[in-house]
Unconditional design. Structure first.
Length: 512
């Protein structure tokens, strides 16, 4: 009760000030009384004090009470309104304070600050079971003790989140459940509004999973896509648990059917943090996430292991150990080999050298050999077309260069990402082409009047047809480059690897 002191002073002044009984019996009976302080009362009296039902109004302080009195004090049921503070109480009283069941509302200015409590009171304080509604739409239903949230209750936010369980001193404290609007549920023991001990259940893409706790009931394999056979699953589980018990490094395999349009990087980063992989202070977790139907995967690495498992190394583990089996339809074996690759590096960082060169791989050797051959062919095509004027016009040469650029950058041998690699090759080939044509035309030379750049772009085509000149070539180059980049943007995001900048620490993504 916010104004009990004020009410007490008003009543004492009422009896001590000079008053006038206008009508009735103001001693023992029913009467109408008014004081010089603009206070009036109409109702029952006993021994000169308010007793029974009566209507009290203070015109100066804009305060009214209508209800029962006992020996000059509000006791029983009554309605109090404080027009200055825009508050109202309707309920039970005892000795001038709220006591029993009652509803208190604070309207505020322009109805913007409405708050309400409807429940039990004791000695003027919210104590017992009640419901409190805040002006922002949040609601609490449950136990109170001396105006504080305490006992069992349910706190609901306007966002749709809600907590149901035990509270103490306005904090979630004790056993309870926190439900989030996205389907996430935290169950267990809470302290200071946070989950202290328990589990977290997540729901995404109709999938439920719990945070890793490290106990015997926890799991290091979540095969939601159902692609790992039981025998392989046991082998992988034994390997992961062995690593965890020896080093506390927490490696988890997580398969899902689909990302439902979400980025593999975002999904992996979010899942890594929600699973709480790794031990406190070490951040030594690794998540191998595989979206089977989307044919995408990502290794998310905690900060504590980023030095041992850098982004390029995780990319090579995927490319060399996992993807070959995935392409052959053997998902279980691919995952097993990937897990062994990760663990081999964690157990002995020197094993990373096996992925750094891998000279024994015939496929890798053939890939690099093919790259060098294609680069040589395109260089010869540039020289032949630009210097000797063969193969016709500029457009034909552009098609050749762009086609070879696509072939070379398809496997992303430099680890730059498809788009970056393609753009780099294209720029280099066009620079070679235009430089040769410029020298051939005799227009690129030392000059005090014109810069090299001016000569390169504006004096480059007198000896050739206008349609294949330097300026037109630049426009065509830009047009083809933009078209290719746009057409392959979706595949580059899944084929190229990207790392760092995530809460997980680092990692890389691949598709197969």
């Amino acid at each position: 009760m916010r104004n009990s002191f004020f009410i007490l002073i008003a009543i004492l002044s009422f009896y001590s000030s000079s008053s006038q009984c206008i009508t009735g019996d103001c001693k023992n009976g029913h009467g109408f009384l008014r004081t010089k302080d603009n206070i009036q009362y109409e109702g029952g009296f006993k021994n000169g004090k308010f007793h029974g039902f009566g209507d009290y109004y203070d015109y100066t302080n804009k305060y009214s009470y209508k209800g029962n009195w006992v020996n000059g004090k509000k006791s029983g049921f009554g309605i109090e309104e404080d027009y200055t503070n825009s508050t109202k109480y309707e309920g039970e009283w005892k000795n001038d304070v709220y006591h029993g069941k009652g509803k208190f509302t604070w309207q505020g200015q322009l109805d913007l600050n409405y708050e309400e409590y409807d429940g039990e009171w004791k000695d003027g304080k919210r104590t017992g079971i009640g419901t409190y509604k805040w002006k922002d739409g949040n609601v609490y239903k449950g136990g109170f003790f001396e105006n504080l949230l305490q006992g069992k209750g349910k706190f609901t936010w306007i966002s749709g989140n809600y907590y149901e369980g035990e509270l103490k001193n306005n904090f979630f404290d004790g056993e309870g459940e926190m439900h989030y609007a996205d389907g996430t549920v935290e169950k267990g023991i809470f302290k200071g509004d946070s989950l202290f001990e328990g589990e977290t259940l997540y729901k995404e893409n109709n999938l439920s999973f719990t945070a890793f706790s490290g106990d015997t009931n926890a799991t290091l394999i979540i095969d939601a896509a159902a692609v790992i056979d039981d025998n392989t699953k046991k082998i992988i589980s034994d390997l992961l648990w062995s690593e965890y018990h020896k080093t506390s490094n927490t490696v988890m395999v997580f398969t899902i059917p689909t990302l439902n349009g979400e980025s593999i990087d975002d999904y992996a980063n979010k899942t890594f943090n929600r699973l709480q992989l790794g031990t406190a202070g070490k951040n030594n977790g690794v998540l191998l996430l595989i979206a089977v139907n989307d044919r995408k995967m990502r290794m998310e690495v905690g900060y504590g292991l980023e030095g041992v498992l850098p982004d390029l190394l995780t990319q090579r583990i995927q490319q060399q150990d996992i993807i070959p089996d995935f392409k052959n339809g053997n998902i279980s074996q691919g995952i097993l080999k990937g897990v062994k690759g990760i663990l081999s590096v964690l157990q002995d960082p020197k094993n990373a050298e096996l992925y750094a060169s891998d000279s024994s791989s015939e496929e890798s050797s053939r890939s690099y050999g093919t790259m060098y051959v294609l680069n040589l062919l395109i260089l010869l095509a540039c020289v032949n077309s630009a210097y000797f004027g063969q193969y016709g016009r500029f457009v034909f040469s552009s098609i050749i260069m762009l086609w070879f650029s696509l072939i070379i950058t398809y496997k992303d041998q430099y680890g730059l990402g498809f788009s970056n690699s393609f753009l780099l090759h294209t720029i280099i080939y066009y620079l070679i082409y235009f430089t040769i044509r410029g020298f051939k035309a005799g227009k690129i030379k030392t000059s005090k009047k014109e810069s090299f750049i001016h000569q390169f772009f504006y004096n480059n085509s007198e000896k050739y047809e206008t349609s294949s000149g330097g300026s037109g070539g630049s426009y065509s180059s830009s047009g083809y480059s933009g078209s290719s980049s746009s057409s392959y943007s979706s595949s580059s995001s899944s084929s190229s690897w990207s790392g760092g900048g995530s809460s997980g620490g680092g990692g890389s993504s691949s598709s197969w």
